[in-house]
Design a protein around this ligand. Structure first.
Ligand code: TRP
Length: 456
């Protein structure tokens, strides 16, 4: 064994514990999707009804897709492309893995730019800049800042360097260690913020909005937005769970890990909702503010809240931590791919990947300002990367994953992964339900969503 390891180019890293896997997976899932995207989508789509549809999609489609990625990753012990090639040698399925890697490249490019905005806002909070100035100042600050040339680039560079610095230490000593410390910190901060918000004098209106559904507001757009958000928030269809799953021990229970990750991500989105909506209503701001909700509306609220300065620091610290635990997972998908498919050392792979992504991120950032006139299919680079990843590649990726596990993969291999080769008892009815979801319901629903999105 020792000898065999010496002859190999590298020995494969693994996660150290089940808790480590859980915080790493939850860390990937919990991110800007929960703190920035979820609240404004809830606001734009009428509140509680959107949340209920979202939760239904997480259970019926999210968990089956996540479990399918887990099965592919842990079975193959390989990167997103290598996984498909090992399980289906001589086929073209490797292309599904390449699409996943491309998807992560596109997401991380703009994700790092938004993460950079988080850096700038945290620095501003630390200087207590939000305790003065009206809301019009704050919205013009946001637009001026994101459209300017140098500052966002510097922040994006800092964010990308921080992500690379964690990933260079590997899965167990980098990603797992960072997530183990930061996820509990993040959780405590968010609970604290939610408690503060829920104890505001007029919190009631926000709570009603979050938890009492108004079905008259539901349209087909609401349904589409809810599915897209479920995929984005759970980091599905982009090879993340395949890659992390490939580092998970054969003794871990992938069924409960998938359920716990989905639960943690959903809880987190709800807590973020409880932290944001009551404050939005208490200050008489419209919840349908759009993507500026976190960066424009919240600073306005902080400036009117007792101890608002300290709360602003905590909020943007939470945002930055959540973004980092997600960006390292995006980076790891690409880095694992480069290490195994191009036989690179981890250090080389991280340096190369981070550099290429830094350049692409710079293009995204500049496309909100000086490069704004450069349009591809009528979109700026930022919007194009966002649109193609979330509305095209993640959905195709999810579709391919369930088709692969549902129709191509060996039944016995799937059962072995679910039951850890027979040592866990998995009830028959459960296998039956899962088979139905993975073979029929998930592919049909994802396909329907894609077709709808493209024709409308
Ligand atoms: N889930 C992350 C968030 O909510 C973002 C994300 C989308 C992601 N796709 C991903 C993270 C793929 C890792 C891998 O912010």
């Amino acid at each position: 064994m020792k000898d065999a390891e010496h002859h190999h180019h590298h020995v494969r890293d693994t996660f150290g514990s089940s808790f480590g896997v859980l915080v790493a997976l939850a860390g990937s899932a919990v991110g800007l999707g929960n703190l920035w995207r979820f609240p404004y989508l809830v606001g734009e789509n009428g509140g509680a009804a959107f949340i209920l549809i979202y939760i239904a999609f997480v259970c019926l489609l999210g968990i089956p897709v996540m479990l399918s990625e887990f099965i592919i990753g842990r079975r193959s012990q390989s990167n997103a492309r290598g996984a498909f090639r090992r399980l289906a040698p001589g086929s073209h399925w490797g292309v599904a893995g390449i699409l996943a890697v491309v998807c992560c490249i596109l997401i991380l490019s703009f994700y790092s730019v938004v993460g950079g905005w988080g850096v700038e806002y945290l620095l501003r909070a630390l200087r207590f800049d939000f305790t003065s100035g009206g809301s019009s100042d704050l919205s013009s600050f946001f637009t001026t800042f994101t459209a300017s040339t140098w500052k966002p680039l510097v922040c994006h560079t800092a964010f990308m360097l921080a992500s690379a610095l964690i990933v260079v230490f590997g899965v167990k000593n980098g990603i797992e260690k960072f997530s183990k410390v930061m996820m509990p910190v993040l959780f405590v901060i968010m609970i604290g913020l939610a408690v503060r918000s829920l104890t505001l004098p007029d919190a009631g209106a926000g709570i009603t909005y979050l938890f009492r559904p108004d079905w008259s507001k539901v349209t087909s757009d609401t349904v589409l937005a809810a599915l897209g958000q479920a995929f984005f928030s759970l980091s599905l269809g982009s090879g993340m769970v395949i890659t992390y799953g490939s580092y998970v021990s054969k003794k871990a229970n992938i069924l409960s890990l998938s359920a716990q990750t989905a639960l943690a991500d959903t809880l987190f989105a709800l807590i973020a909702g409880c932290a944001i909506m009551p404050a939005v209503f208490a200050f008489g701001i419209s919840p349908g503010e759009g993507p500026g909700l976190v960066f424009i509306t919240l600073p306005h609220i902080f400036s009117n809240l007792p101890f608002g300065g300290a709360i602003a620091i905590l909020f943007f610290l939470a945002l930055l931590l959540a973004a980092l635990t997600s960006s390292i997972s995006l980076l790891e998908v690409i880095v694992t791919f480069c290490i195994e498919e191009f036989k690179l050392k981890r250090k080389t792979a991280v340096a190369l990947t981070a550099f290429v992504l830094w350049v692409l991120g710079c293009l995204c950032s500049l496309s909100l300002g000086v490069l704004g006139d450069w349009r591809i299919f009528g979109k700026t680079v930022f919007d194009l990367f966002d649109y193609v990843s979330a509305n095209v590649l993640m959905l195709i990726g999810g579709l391919l994953v369930v088709l692969f596990v549902g129709w191509k993969m060996d039944r016995k291999a799937i059962h072995d992964e679910l039951s850890n080769s027979g040592s866990l008892h998995v009830p028959e009815w459960f296998i039956g339900l899962l088979t139905f979801l993975v073979r029929y319901l998930a592919p049909a629903a994802i396909l329907a969503i894609m077709v709808f999105q493209w024709i409308s």
